[in-house]
Design a protein around this ligand. Structure first.
Ligand code: FAS
Ligand code: PHB
Length: 389
């Protein structure tokens, strides 16, 4: 069996790449180890940058997102007993975010690929990459897929990055001394916009998925276990960290999904080796505080699509050779912003009183200075793709 691009992983990166290549007349096969039901049910990211919304809409897979997604024109920072709105409409006119669950993006992309006759294979076993420096091919479940190029879109725990020989990659990482406990609850949001709350008890985030479904996160110790967090304790802690301003009451409801996500920053450089190109979480991970993970995957795929289109059009490898360099500028900008949001809003046990005063002073500055608030706003809604920053 042969295709032009072998894609490992049917997450946002792999599925969007397959779709964008299809629009350019380039063939691909997507190999996914999980079932379709599993990947369509997996609850993860919820915030789409302006550029991601534009990319999906322009690619013809944004219809349901534009109908059901929730455009947001600001977020709230809540600390010291007060609420501080960051107004995107004033700071970055014309740019906003859309709240639309990652699993919905995945469903839309799978539906589009299958409707177009795309080759997306689920529950594939034992994927292995071969001959990355010459005539690459992928083996899986006793089969072989010959391809011109392999796209490693298989996330942080995939097989693509480990297929790169030792000594080639430089890895940069930072583990944070805490995790996020995330829940999905059948309850109307108690706020129209996202609330990022910094308290001495720890960070909390109030997000949402629809007018009837809310999404919450709590900063918990890095070794926290779900078994130690019954519903009553989750709601009590969310109330303690969010009901800190006059007149705000948190509505509760049935918790339908829960999980603990470690907090880490990670970048593997370069994002390519031979005929293998890494995109999305296969190459980098950010702490979710800045809502960048999914959006970075989209940005990588945009760059890779252009490079592959040029290559298959006339054999030019200039863009492919510069793929990693073109992605890493945005990757590191997102790493820094995610680190900045995380250190600004979370409590660090090792912090002394001096460090906590610095944190509060920075929050006062961000919520009182137009320039500082614009820095947060332009990074949060997503820098333009051609920004070069
Ligand atoms: P993904 O991990 O989404 O997809 C990789 C795919 O490859 C998966 O379907 C996997 O099953 C498949 N795969 C893996 N190994 C394979 C193999 N050997 N063979 C075949 N297939 C294989 N980001 C945010 O912005 N906000 C959030 O709130 C947020 N929450 C998150 C919570 C969790 C628990 C996790 C893990 C991540 C979260 N993220 C969040 C980040 C997340 O959204 C990623 O950035 C996003 O999924 C990146 O998409 P992909 O690069 O496609 O990787
Ligand atoms: C989410 O809704 O899942 C979400 C929103 C904002 C973040 C992280 C996650 O920063």
């Amino acid at each position: 069996m042969r295709t032009q691009v072998g894609i490992i992983g049917a997450g946002p990166a792999g599925l969007l790449l397959s779709h964008l290549l299809h629009l350019r007349g380039i063939s691909s096969v997507v190999l996914e180890r999980r079932s379709r039901e599993y990947v369509e049910r997996r609850v993860r990211a919820g915030v789409l940058e302006q550029g991601t919304v534009d990319t999906l809409a322009q690619a013809g897979v944004g219809g349901r997102m534009l109908r059901e997604g929730l455009p947001h024109h600001g977020i709230e920072l809540r600390y010291g007993g007060a609420a501080h709105r960051i107004p995107f409409e004033r700071l970055v006119p014309g740019r906003a975010i859309t709240v639309y669950g990652q699993q919905e993006v995945v469903k839309d992309l799978i539906a589009a690929r299958l409707a177009a006759g795309g080759d997306v294979r689920f529950e594939v076993e034992d994927v292995r990459l071969h001959a990355l420096e010459s005539e690459p091919y992928v083996t899986f479940g006793g089969q072989r897929l010959d391809c011109d190029v392999i796209a490693g879109c298989d996330g942080f725990h995939g097989v693509s990055r480990p297929a790169i020989p030792d000594g080639v990659l430089s890895v940069f990482e930072r583990e944070y001394p805490f995790a996020w406990l995330g829940i999905l609850a059948w309850v109307a949001p108690s706020s129209e916009e996202l609330i990022y709350a910094r308290t001495e008890r720890g960070f909390a985030l109030h997000s949402m998925r629809s007018p009837t479904v809310s999404r919450f996160y709590l900063q918990v110790p890095a070794d926290a276990r779900l078994a130690d967090w019954p519903d009553e304790r989750i709601w009590a802690e969310l109330r303690a960290r969010l009901e800190t301003v006059p007149g705000f009451a948190l509505a509760t409801g049935e918790i339908t999904e829960r999980g603990i996500t470690p907090m880490r920053g990670f970048v593997a450089e370069p994002m390519q080796y031979g005929r293998l190109y890494l995109a999305g979480d296969a190459a980098h991970i950010v702490p979710p505080t800045g809502a960048k993970g999914l959006n970075l995957a989209v940005a990588d795929v945009r760059v890779l699509t252009e490079a592959l289109a040029a290559y298959f059009a006339d054999g030019s490898t200039t863009l492919l050779d510069g793929y990693s360099r073109a992605c890493l500028k945005r990757v590191w900008r997102a790493q820094h912003f995610s680190w900045w949001m995380t250190t600004l809003l979370h409590t660090f046990e090792q912090d002394d009183p001096y460090a906590r005063r610095l944190q509060l002073s920075y929050l006062d500055y961000v919520t009182s200075s137009e320039a500082a608030a614009t820095t947060l706003a332009e990074n949060y809604v997503g820098l333009p793709f051609d920004a070069g920053r």
